[in-house]
Design a protein around this ligand. Structure first.
Ligand SMILES: N[C@@H](CCC(=O)N[C@@H](CS)C(=O)NCC(=O)O)C(=O)O
Length: 234
C-alpha cells in the first residue's frame, strides 16, 4: 500500500514506531491523532519507562535531545519528537489533513490555538507536576522549584477559564471543526485529572466540551490501543 501526499509524492507505507508511555498525557496526543487518522495499524509502540527514568538515559537522548516522550521513529532512522511536529507529520501522510487545517486560515488558527493550549494549559500543568508534586520520583526529579510549580498551576486554572470562554463561542477549540488544538486541550485535561486539578465548576462550556470529547473512540481507547502492538524498549 502506498499513500499519496497532496503534491503527488508517494510515501511508502513503511512501519513507524512510537516511543511512548501508554498513560502519559503527551503520548495521548499522538495516540488520539493516530486513531483519528486511522493509522494505528502502521505503528508499533515501544514503551519507555518514565518512572525508571529511561527517557533520560543516553540511548534515549540520542533519539530525542529533549528527553521527552513521545518520539516517532521512521523506517529510515529519522526521529521526530514534539507532539505538534508528529501530528503535523501524520496529518500530512495521506494528503488529506483533517487535524492541522486545510486552508491557510484554518492552519493559522489551529496552530495558534494549539500553541495556546500548550502554553496556557498542558505545559503549565506539566511544570506544576514536575515542580510542586513528587512528579516522577526523586531519581528523575533532580531539581524542583515548588513556588514556580504552584504559579504554573494557577496559570493552568486561568487557562481553563480562557478555553471555557472560547468554547462558549464555538464548538471546537479552533472553530467549527475538531483539530489538533482540541487534542492538545484534551491532553491538558487528562494531565489535570492525573494531578487532581479539577476543571472549575463555573467552566461549564469546557466541561461540556470535554464530556463530548471523551465519547470519541480515539480518546476512549487511547491507552489500550498499543496492547497488541508493543515492542520492548531497546
Ligand atoms: N513538548 C513536548 C513535551 C513532551 C513531554 O513533556 N512528555 C512527557 C511525557 S507525558 C515527558 O516525557 N515527561 C518526562 C520528563 O519531562 O521528565 C511534546 O510536545 O512532545
Amino acid at each position: 500500500m502506498s499513500i499519496h501526499t497532496s503534491n503527488s509524492e508517494i510515501v511508502k507505507s513503511a512501519a513507524m514506531k512510537i516511543h511512548d508511555w501508554p498513560t502519559g498525557p503527551y503520548p495521548a496526543r499522538v495516540r488520539i491523532a493516530l486513531a483519528e487518522k486511522e493509522l494505528q495499524s502502521r505503528v508499533q509502540f515501544v514503551t519507555v519507562h518514565l518512572r525508571k527514568g529511561e527517557h533520560k538515559r543516553p540511548e534515549f537522548l540520542a533519539k530525542n535531545y529533549s528527553g521527552t516522550l513521545p518520539v516517532l521513529e521512521l523506517d529510515d532512522g529519522t526521529f521526530i519528537a514534539e507532539c505538534t511536529a508528529i501530528t503535523e507529520y501524520l496529518d500530512a501522510l495521506d494528503g488529506s489533513p483533517t487535524l492541522t487545517g486545510r486552508t491557510p486560515r484554518e492552519k493559522g488558527l489551529i496552530h495558534m490555538m494549539n500553541k495556546r493550549a500548550e502554553l496556557e494549559l498542558l505545559d503549565a500543568i506539566s511544570v506544576y507536576f514536575h515542580h510542586a508534586t513528587p512528579g516522577l520520583g526523586p531519581d528523575v526529579e533532580i531539581y524542583q522549584n515548588a513556588e514556580w510549580g504552584s504559579r504554573q498551576r494557577d496559570k493552568a486554572l486561568r487557562g481553563m477559564n480562557y478555553f471555557d470562554g472560547v468554547l462558549k463561542q464555538q464548538p471546537f477549540v479552533a472553530g467549527e471543526l475538531f483539530s489538533m488544538a482540541d487534542i492538545t486541550v484534551i491532553g491538558g485535561l487528562i494531565f489535570a485529572g492525573l494531578v487532581e486539578l479539577p476543571v472549575p465548576a463555573q467552566c461549564e462550556a469546557l466541561q461540556a466540551w470535554y464530556a463530548r470529547m471523551q465519547q470519541r473512540p480515539s480518546v476512549k481507547n487511547r491507552v489500550t490501543m498499543s496492547e497488541a502492538l508493543t515492542l520492548p524498549a531497546g
